[in-house]
Design a protein around this ligand. Structure first.
Ligand code: TRP
Length: 421
């Protein structure tokens, strides 16, 4: 036995990827280790998590230039900047999805969010912005799971608060521009009880995963409540098309593609392991990197630390102050030194944020060069970020204001979508 991700002991078996990885992390990194699981992200490197090592640890595949080119060819669209810049960097079975799509075999998208508070930050939007692009270019159905049950089990919150946060968060998600005719958003607390087909799939998954396996994958211990232990089955179920008979007309063979941050991968390693044993195709995956905290890429943005995040409710003035005050700088201490030696964009949070949000590749590359050479100062770089974020957040706030309760209800009602399956 060895130590699991949160210090619990777990038996090494093939599924115990986290346990195995701890050994190689220590040997390669002189005792330093990146922590990446659904609850924690931490590294000692100012550049952030070593994502190439994570691909090896998790056994996924790199999204290389060849795959980006192929997505461009199959979709007929310029790849999204998140693909061009390696923000979505890892995948499972994406080539198989594209092979099938080229043969007119459709697929569907599944993503989600754990509604732990009202307050969403810009990092939370990354998977949704990308999923919206995928929905547009491939013209396919999308299901969005809001795991209000998960947040109730993990946090000190009431069921009703979690359910309310799910509906509030749905507004921010809808504000990303999803098409109501192609998108189903659901709260677990509502949908589980209303869909016999969904619950049947949850039970099938529950029967095929042992306590020992979830201990290995998630590090659960004997004192975790049984709700947590069985929850992974609920996050697995939407990866099977038969969980949504109203959309897929009972078909159980429609392939699923899940865009998510890499910390959600443990859930879907488990899902892919179970799928063939219960007669379903394995879901494919596209993994993103994390959105760094303002203080630096050692950890991701956290909604519970106001100074670490740009919230979707921040005013232009708050954005300006947060970036100027808290964004970790890769610049030098004095202007003279900076002009002489240049800054380091690889550890500079303002630059990292621009790679997420600035659309123009050439402009971004020029900023990188000018910052590295010292022509561009930290204050100037931060100003560019502020001027990118302010209109973006204001536009989001406008869009959200236009999302009515009636629209939320529409998105969240189980119904057929505009596709013929
Ligand atoms: N567990 C995720 C969270 O806490 C929410 C989630 C559910 C999800 N299903 C998903 C995220 C599918 C990505 C893809 O945020």
């Amino acid at each position: 036995t060895t130590n699991g991700p949160r210090g619990q002991s777990c038996v090494i078996n093939i599924k115990c990827l986290n346990a195995i990885s701890i050994n190689d992390r220590q040997s390669e990194n002189g005792g330093e280790e990146d922590t990446v699981d659904p609850w924690n992200v931490a590294t000692n490197s100012a550049k952030g998590v070593d994502y190439d090592k994570l691909i090896v640890r998790f056994g996924s595949s790199k999204i290389d230039q060849e795959l980006v080119d192929r997505i461009e060819k199959v979709s007929g669209q310029k790849p999204h900047r998140f693909l061009r810049r390696g923000i979505f960097f890892s995948h499972r079975d994406m080539n198989q999805v594209l092979d099938a799509y080229e043969k007119q075999k459709s697929f569907y998208l599944y993503t989600g969010r754990g509604p732990s508070s009202q307050a969403m930050h810009v990092g939370h939007l990354i998977p949704f912005v990308f999923t919206k692009w995928l929905q547009d270019v491939f013209d396919i159905p999308l299901v969005i799971q809001l795991t209000d049950d998960e947040k109730y089990l993990w946090k000190d919150l009431s069921l009703e608060d979690c359910h309310r946060f799910a509906e509030e968060n749905a507004k921010d998600i809808i504000a990303c521009g999803f098409d109501v005719n192609k998108t189903f958003i659901f709260s677990d607390l509502d949908y589980m009880g209303s869909s016999p087909e969904f619950y049947r799939n949850v039970v099938k998954v529950q029967k095929h995963v042992t306590f020992n396996q979830v201990k290995g994958i998630f590090g659960f211990s004997d004192s975790d409540c049984i709700g947590k232990i069985s929850f992974p089955a609920i996050q697995a179920a939407p990866a099977f098309s038969s969980s949504f008979p109203q959309i897929f007309k009972g078909r159980k063979d429609v392939q699923c593609l899940i865009p998510c941050a890499i910390d959600q991968d443990p859930y879907f390693r488990m899902t892919r392991d179970v799928a063939p044993r219960i007669g379903y195709p394995k879901p494919a995956l596209l993994h993103s990197t994390f959105f760094p905290a303002l203080q630096g890429a050692q950890t991701k943005m956290s909604a519970s630390d106001a100074n670490s995040s740009i919230f979707l409710t921040d005013t232009p003035k708050q954005i300006k102050n947060k970036v100027n005050k808290h964004a970790f700088s890769g610049g030098k201490d004095t202007i003279e030194e900076h002009r002489e030696q240049g800054g380091n964009p690889d550890i500079d949070v303002a630059f990292m944020y621009l790679t997420f949000f600035m659309e123009d590749d050439e402009q971004l590359e020029k900023i990188r060069q000018d910052y590295t050479s010292g022509i561009l100062l930290t204050g100037e770089l931060k100003k560019m970020l502020i001027e990118t974020l302010q209109p973006m957040i204001t536009a989001h706030q406008e869009n959200r204001k236009n999302v009515t309760d009636e629209m939320v209800k529409q998105f969240m009602t189980p119904r057929p979508l505009n596709f013929n399956f």
